[in-house]
Design a protein around this ligand. Structure first.
Ligand code: GLV
Length: 481
């Protein structure tokens, strides 16, 4: 086609687009004239709007295209090649998530979306929050030692934890009160985890019951146990977990008393969150969360209830967490209780909250199948050691007797690789999905799980590791230690 013909075709195309737009505007005016109360007093004129505007559009478009050269191959073509519009997302959650590329971004969106007290509870930690920060810094101080020229066409990120194959060395940590971030709460997280084939751990302080979570998730699930003064209630929870197909128990041992969460004290945060006069302004500033909160059923500790009292699906009213923990949890909890738990549960037991090599050895002596090196995300004892610094000594001491897991500061697939390098079978991540839930509900959790998967695979390829066994202590190096 000659240049002249191409130009002419461009002019006709622009004129036709304008004609179409004119007809559309005319039709719209006609509809408005018919439907507006009283109608527009120009019925006869309206009849000729669509064709008239189409003709005007055709001529006008043609003139503009010829005078300014806005035709194919010139300005229009150039514009088309340099301007790219994002597809407009109808769902506000999808729009928010579309602007995020990392867990830090999700955290920022959650910070803007959630009331201050709610975000502070999720994000905050004990006292000066030094342990929380050091958990993350420990990951930042580890450098990789990538090996190259190793044909990484196929990387296999699967890991074996408690004798079961996992799609990657990642377990979702138990987090209390997930419904404060999104009304679907634990159900959303369990569904997303099941879709990804990743194990989800439900907390005793969950706001959806053991049975509700089991009914929406066919994926692997663990149940986290706090030991109540009333051992009968614990035994009942364990029974319910067994009946609902939970595969392992995570016994959390670092909450003899509750850590002092100073952000919660400053914001006056209560559980469930309450929209009192002092929080009403914050509530108005966060309309999405407030609407979701006010239009869904009240937040309760759904599992922490006697089966006899509530037919297994009820709950007790939530209250201040410190009050609840100090009234209910048993500070007498000791190694004997691990034997007791073993007597009422025949599946694997994982002790969560080990923070020294000595206790790791005692856990191995007690015969449990796994431990999680954990300081509860820095939420309990400030200045407890960063978990990643403990990992290698603990793995060296007991890694051949039980599965060593770790949590605290896991935000990326590359963090998982660092933990695996130092001897972890898998990582647990809690805040990462909690931020995602607050930023975009269930879609947010899907997204963060996708990032973990992609990030871990990418890191393996860049490290030259084709299987998790090829990620070894030689894959990393401490900087400035
Ligand atoms: C509950 O487990 C909490 O850390 O708040």
């Amino acid at each position: 086609m000659t240049k002249r013909r191409r130009h002419l075709r461009g002019i006709v195309r622009v004129a036709l687009i304008w004609a179409f737009a004119g007809a559309l505007v005319g039709a719209l005016i006609e509809v408005l004239a018919d439907t507006l109360p009283g109608g527009l007093q120009m019925a006869s004129l309206v009849d000729i709007w669509p064709p008239a505007l189409a003709v005007i559009g055709f001529v006008g478009g043609g003139v503009v295209a010829s005078v300014f050269g806005v035709a194919e191959g010139s300005i229009l073509g150039t514009l088309r090649s340099v301007v790219r519009f994002r597809r407009f997302e109808l769902s506000p959650a999808a729009r928010r998530l579309g602007r995020c590329a990392s867990v830090d971004d999700l955290r920022e969106v959650a910070r803007r979306r959630l009331p201050r007290g709610v975000f502070g509870y999720i994000d905050g930690a004990a006292e000066d929050e030094r342990t929380r920060a050091r958990n993350c810094n420990a990951f930042h101080r580890l450098e990789f030692r990538p090996r190259v020229l190793r044909d990484v066409t196929n990387v296999d990120p699967r890991a074996t934890v408690l004798g079961r194959r996992h799609p990657l060395p990642l377990i979702l940590a138990p987090t209390g009160f997930s419904r404060i971030a999104d009304s679907q709460g634990e159900l959303a997280v369990a569904r997303a985890a099941a879709r990804a084939g990743i194990t989800y751990s439900l907390s005793t302080l969950g706001t959806r019951s053991i049975e509700e979570v089991a009914s929406v998730s066919s994926g692997p699930r663990w149940f986290q146990v706090y030991v109540w003064k009333d051992r009968g209630l614990v035994a009942e929870l364990v029974d319910r977990a067994r009946e609902s197909g939970y595969e392992a128990l995570l016994l959390t041992v670092d909450v003899a008393v509750l850590g002092r969460r100073e952000r919660d004290i400053r914001t006056g945060f209560t559980l469930p969150p309450q929209l009192g006069l002092d929080t009403i302004v914050d509530g108005i500033r966060k309309p999405g969360w407030t609407w979701d909160f006010l239009t869904s059923e009240p937040i309760i500790f759904s599992s922490a209830v006697s089966r006899d009292a509530a037919g297994g699906t009820g709950g007790v009213d939530a209250m201040g967490l410190a009050q609840y923990v100090n009234e209910q949890f048993d500070p007498k909890l000791a190694w004997d209780d691990v034997d007791w738990l073993r007597s009422i549960w025949d599946g694997p037991i994982v002790i969560k909250g080990v923070q020294t090599v000595e206790d790791a050895v005692l856990a191995a002596d007690a015969g449990v199948e796994g431990i999680v090196i954990s300081n509860h995300g820095g939420r309990q004892l400030d200045d407890a050691p960063p978990t990643m610094e403990l990992l290698r000594p603990v793995a060296d001491a007991v890694g051949d007797r039980l599965d060593v897991l770790i949590d605290g500061g896991v935000r990326r697939g590359s963090d998982i690789a660092k933990a695996v390098a130092l001897g972890a079978r898998a990582c647990l991540a809690g805040r990462a999905y909690f931020y995602a839930l607050g930023a975009g509900g269930e879609r947010g959790v899907d997204l963060v799980l996708k990032w973990f998967d992609e990030g871990f695979r990418r890191t393996m390829a860049l490290l030259g590791a084709r299987t998790v066994d090829e990620i070894t202590p030689e894959s990393v190096l401490w900087r400035n230690r």
